[in-house]
Design a binder for this molecule. Structure first.
Ligand code: AMP
Ligand code: TRP
Length: 332
């Protein structure tokens, strides 16, 4: 059996990942480790496109690593590393920028959304070139699959376009990667505003369930989640976005079907249902949080693990970069 190469990345932009990150992306990372050759990258360079406070940034990079290991990314099974530890990412990133058109980069919706938020004049050039660095992250490892949330589909398409263009102009160099996007249950919404996706940047604090939050805090957030008119626990995203979101969360973590949950809570109120959701979430996250806190107590060990990951990553990345330079005619 040939193993498939898997690559994904996540930004270390917060003290804690939230349940949307986990159910939309990270849970798949864990599953894909088995039977595949997985590379997982903490994309600190991508995070520089936002506001950075150095001490906090350092802390968040380590906290991200600790959480990834705690939620099941095993440094033995997969290659877990920090993007800035492998310089080839920047090097291939530049090549990708020289390949991409200004027009196609301008069409990236994540760039349009993020730059619109802060006013177009304050948007960084790095925010604009972000997808080309992401393409480099992926192509360096000759990835077959890229597990990401739906919002990243366009960046994967761009990566494929760039790889195709490079290969046809300069000779076969990169494998065309495929997005690996979870269909059902992938999108988790803000508890307070269940029509907006759960997100640290846009949502309210009370609407976001964090892996590193205390069990008490998460229980409270779930119990005060916005619900909908009526009293029935029924999945109906149009009429009942709040209850539907809680059903998705319960079902994704407990593994029980939505229909099964609807049956169990038939005739019971929203209060009972929220209590059950809180229990499922809290018990699911408890061991993850404990393990992450433990890892953070021994920073040196954690950093050693990341350095070992970077060593493994560099072997693959440098080989791809060297082929790329050669095919481009750069003198060695
Ligand atoms: P972010 O740091 O917000 O860009 O998210 C990191 C990863 O988690 C991306 O692959 C997103 O697609 C995914 N993600 C973030 N928020 C959600 C959400 N509310 N529901 C599902 N997936 C999400
Ligand atoms: N842009 C991705 C996000 O916002 C993060 C990312 C950077 C990524 N490089 C990547 C994801 C490479 C997959 C593969 O979630």
């Amino acid at each position: 059996m040939t193993q498939k190469r898997v690559l994904s990345g996540i930004q270390p932009t917060s003290d804690s990942f939230h349940l949307g990150n986990y159910l939309g992306a990270l849970k798949q990372w864990v599953e894909l480790q088995d039977g595949n050759d997985a590379f997982y990258c903490i994309v600190d360079l991508h995070a520089l496109t936002g506001e950075i406070e150095p001490a906090l940034f350092r802390k968040r990079t380590l906290a991200s690593a600790a959480q990834l290991i705690a939620l099941g990314i095993s440094p033995e099974k997969s290659t877990l590393f920090v993007q800035s530890h492998v310089a080839e990412h920047n090097q291939l990133g530049w090549i990708m920028e020289c390949l991409a058109g200004f027009g196609e980069a301008s069409r990236m919706t994540q760039f349009k959304d993020k730059s619109a938020k802060g006013g177009a004049d304050s948007a960084r050039v790095g925010l604009f070139t972000y997808p080309m660095l992401q393409a480099a992250d992926i192509l360096l490892y000759q990835a077959h699959y890229v597990p990401v949330g739906e919002d990243q589909r366009q960046h994967i398409e761009l990566t494929r376009d760039l790889a195709t263009r490079f290969n046809s102009r300069f000779g076969e160099t990169f494998r065309l990667p495929e997005g690996y996007i979870l269909k059902a249950g992938a999108k988790i919404y803000d508890l307070q505003e269940p029509t907006a996706k759960m997100s640290k940047s846009s949502g309210s604090v009370a609407g976001v369930l964090e892996i590193m939050d205390t069990p008490e805090a998460n229980t409270k957030k779930i119990k005060s989640a916005a619900t909908d008119a009526g009293r029935e626990v029924k999945f109906d995203e149009k009429e009942k976005p709040g209850i539907s979101n809680l059903l998705t969360i319960h079902s994704s973590l407990s593994g029980r079907s939505i229909a099964d949950l609807e049956n169990e809570f038939e005739g019971k109120g929203y209060g009972d249902f929220k209590g059950a959701v809180a229990e499922v979430v809290v018990e699911y996250l408890r061991p993850i949080r404990t393990k992450a806190l433990e890892l953070l107590e021994d920073e040196k060990h954690l950093i050693d693990l990341l350095h070992e990951g970077a060593e493994k990553a560099r072997v693959v990345a440098s080989s791809t970069l060297s082929d790329t330079y050669k095919n481009l005619g750069l003198v060695k």
